[in-house]
Unconditional design. Structure first.
Ligand SMILES: Nc1ncnc2c1ncn2[C@@H]1O[C@H](COP(=O)(O)OP(=O)(O)O)[C@@H](O)[C@H]1O
Ligand SMILES: [Mg+2]
Length: 397
């Protein structure tokens, strides 16, 4: 502390700070603790009386050794340390205090009567936050100095509380995101099934009727036959778009396993984008023991990555590798495109990669993004196979 290096005399007028007269307010209602170390009981008592005005908890010690013992168990906002004490004096005590990890940054205020002989040593003392005060003590000066450290302590405390709060709300947000993700997947599955069962079945029945009408009107009613043919075509087009909607919501091929779903998705991707895809699976049964939740998550990650390839990569080839070992499943998605731009991943409403990260996190997995400008992008996902993550959001569903 800069002002610790100045020698202050008692004649210097004390600045009148009204804040000194109002006790500082602890952010969580827990008062700060101040340690008063003095071998002279009368002086100790006087200091305690002054410091207590700040509404803090005051603890006393009669020697440096006592103080060190107390500092092992408790953290103090500031230590008021008498310099002249038998056995270990104030300076030695301070050095020992600051030599320990727990109290390395505990501020110390030295209290001394002899300005001249000690001032050199104050200047030489460099460890930790240090201040000093001369006796006879001016209560206002003592209060003002202690208050600075108590305020600091409370500020630190407030920061810690806020950090805890932030951490908690981050966890809550993540849980909410996972929860929403699970609900969304279930909802998509339900809607896809309903469309398939209700709309799909009706359309099929309609098609059979229209087809029969078409066959039977062939030669006798050419006009009607033409109408029937038109209706049949309409029905076929509708069946096709219903299928597309179902696939968009949740491809039924997922029920056949991840491999089948990946193959289907790649075929779709090639058809739409004209970018050739290569799929390499290490063993045929890599999706053995893969529950639906994980298969769906990996499938969604693949979909999102392929969307990114189409939208951003300008690639001419895509390669997917899937493999597993005893405990983990690995999926790598690479393109040979332009690579990610340095600032590309931090756009305001870009949630694709964020969604991938969230899905990987939900599965307790790992995600690596490798990309160099001009050298394409590779997304590497690996997830554990045995343990199902048990987040609180999961038990709620
Ligand atoms: N395969 C890729 N090749 C090049 N850039 C990519 C690729 N994937 C993602 N990016 C970059 O990362 C950014 C963030 O992607 P994403 O989170 O999916 O959001 P969005 O696709 O909506 O922009 C993209 O805007 C793009 O700049
Ligand atoms: Mg995207």
């Amino acid at each position: 502390m800069g002002h610790a290096m100045k020698i202050e005399h008692q004649e210097v007028p004390v600045f009148t700070n009204t804040r000194v007269h109002q006790a500082p307010v602890a952010p969580d209602g827990v008062p700060a603790s101040v340690l008063v170390v003095d071998d002279n009981p009368a002086k100790q008592k006087a200091i305690v009386a002054v410091v207590s005005r700040l509404g803090v908890q005051v603890t006393t010690a009669n020697s440096g050794r006592d103080a060190l013992r107390l500092l092992l168990k408790q953290d103090f906002a500031v230590v008021l340390l008498d310099v002249k004490m038998p056995n270990i004096d104030g300076f030695e005590t301070a050095t020992l205090i600051h030599g320990r990890p727990r109290s390395a940054h505990t501020p110390v205020i030295f209290i001394t009567a002899e300005a001249d002989s000690d001032s050199e040593r104050f200047l030489g003392y460099t460890m930790g936050a240090v201040d000093y005060i001369f006796s006879p003590i001016v209560p206002e000066v003592l209060c003002a100095k202690v208050r600075v450290f108590v305020d600091l302590w409370y500020m630190q405390r407030k920061l810690i509380l806020q950090t805890d709060e932030l951490r908690e709300s981050k966890v809550l947000l993540q849980q909410l995101a996972s929860h929403q993700e699970i609900i969304k997947e279930e909802e998509r599955k339900r809607i896809a099934r309903e469309i398939h069962d209700e709309l799909g079945q009706n359309l099929l029945a309609l098609r059979i009727d229209a087809s029969m009408l078409h066959a039977r009107t062939g030669s006798m009613h050419p006009k009607l036959n033409e109408k029937a043919e038109y209706a049949l075509k309409q029905i076929d087009a509708t069946i096709k778009s219903v299928r597309a909607i179902i696939n968009d919501l949740r491809p039924p091929v997922l029920d056949l396993g991840l491999q089948a779903a990946i193959e289907w998705q790649l075929k779709e991707f090639q058809r739409r984008s004209n970018i050739p895809c290569q799929l390499q699976v290490q063993s045929e049964d890599f999706d053995r023991c893969l529950d639906e939740k994980r298969a769906t998550a990996l499938f969604r990650i693949l979909q999102e990555s392929l969307t990114n390839v189409t939208r951003h990569a300008k690639a001419s080839a895509v390669r997917i590798e899937v493999s597993r070992d005893a405990t983990r499943l690995y999926m790598n998605i690479s393109d040979n495109g332009i690579g990610m731009q340095q600032n590309g991943t931090k756009r305001g409403n870009s949630f694709g990669l964020q969604g991938i990260k969230e899905r990987v996190r939900m599965l307790d997995g790992e995600l690596k993004l490798e990309s160099d400008p001009g050298c394409g992008t590779t997304l590497k996902v690996s997830i554990p196979l045995d343990l199902l993550p048990t987040g609180p959001s999961e038990s709620r569903v």
